[in-house]
Design a binder for this molecule. Structure first.
Ligand code: NCD
Length: 308
């Protein structure tokens, strides 16, 4: 069947392996469209998508916008800072207004975990979670999978280390769900303060040096400064000592291994400037820009499979 098993994409964990397979296999043709001179197909002509962003975003919002436009859908950007929410309107009333305009699909980002699930229950049209609080960011996890598939041609048995602020990261939660589902071995590298209370079931290390030589994919998380209701990890210097990817560590990584990050990168904290700007063979390890490119193809595939 050429359809997803659910109407909406709210979390990564509930995607069936067939859904994941379908999205990844469709992404290739959309990647090809994005590389053409004329990057547009009429597939979703006449469909209306609304980008509801209640939290700042550059890449995810733009990525959905470009994806919708390349498929000829009309996309409307709604940002909470310039909306009636500022005049005291509730989210549900805002939604009712939007639904009255016969929109076909809603993409939502919100700072509260669970908001997208609530909205999905409330509306009949498909909803795509573009990141909610500390909970989930399923399209990021899908584009991460696609990036890994492109680099390695397989998933089974690959060793992934997810490094940094696991506790506050929706990306980490969604990635973890999909990486394990596809048979990869996931290790979390984080100090205890960045781990959930009960991490006894997880494979945990506290120092990046313990995994650096052996890992296929080093997945570095952004420090979620806006989501930490406590003081920053003792200091940036401490962070640098145990967790930051610097040149020495990059050089220790095995041949063929890759570095990923969902962006935006806090240079000097998660990754040094030197590593961010490195060229040559070492530079080929850094897959951060690929993630962004593949993100558009993955979102085109998702919009197509839901609305096409
Ligand atoms: C992520 C997000 O906003 O959840 N960024 C993104 O969507 N590419 C990651 C982050 O902010 O840490």
């Amino acid at each position: 069947m050429n359809m997803l098993s659910k109407k909406s994409i709210v979390d990564a964990g509930s995607l069936e392996p067939e859904d994941i397979e379908l999205i990844l296999s469709n992404a290739d043709s959309f990647l090809e469209i994005s590389r053409r001179d004329v990057k547009k197909v009429p597939t979703l002509r006449g469909k209306t998508v609304i980008n509801l962003f209640f939290e700042p975003s550059t890449r995810t919002r733009t990525s959905f916008e470009i994806a919708a436009k390349r498929l000829s859908a009309d996309i409307i950007n709604f940002s909470s800072s310039s909306s009636s929410l500022k005049k005291g309107e509730s989210i549900i009333d805002t939604l009712k207004t939007i639904l009255s305009m016969n929109v076909d699909l809603i993409v939502i980002r919100h700072s509260d975990s669970g908001t997208v699930k609530m909205i999905d229950r409330f509306v009949d049209i498909p909803v795509i979670n573009a990141g909610d609080g500390k909970y989930q960011h399923p399209t990021q996890a899908l584009l991460d999978l696609y990036t890994i598939q492109k680099r390695f041609g397989k998933f089974e048995g690959l060793k992934v280390a997810i490094v940094g602020d696991f506790l506050d990261s929706r990306v980490a939660r969604s990635d973890m769900d999909l990486f394990e589902k596809m048979g990869m071995e996931v290790t979390i590298v984080a100090p205890t303060m960045f781990l959930p209370e009960d991490y006894s079931e997880m494979n945990v290390r506290h120092n990046i040096d313990e995994v650096i030589k052996d890992t296929d994919i080093l997945y570095i998380l952004r420090m979620q400064l806006e989501r930490q209701d406590r003081k920053f990890y003792p200091s940036v210097m401490e962070y640098n000592r145990f967790l930051t990817l610097d040149m020495k560590r990059l050089e220790e990584m095995k041949p063929g291994s890759v570095v990923m990050h969902p962006g935006p990168v806090n240079r000097g904290t998660e990754i040094t400037d030197e590593v961010m700007d490195v060229g040559g063979t070492l530079g080929e390890k850094i897959a951060i820009e690929e993630q962004v490119t593949y993100g558009v193809a993955i979102r085109m595939a998702i919009l197509y499979l839901i609305l096409g």
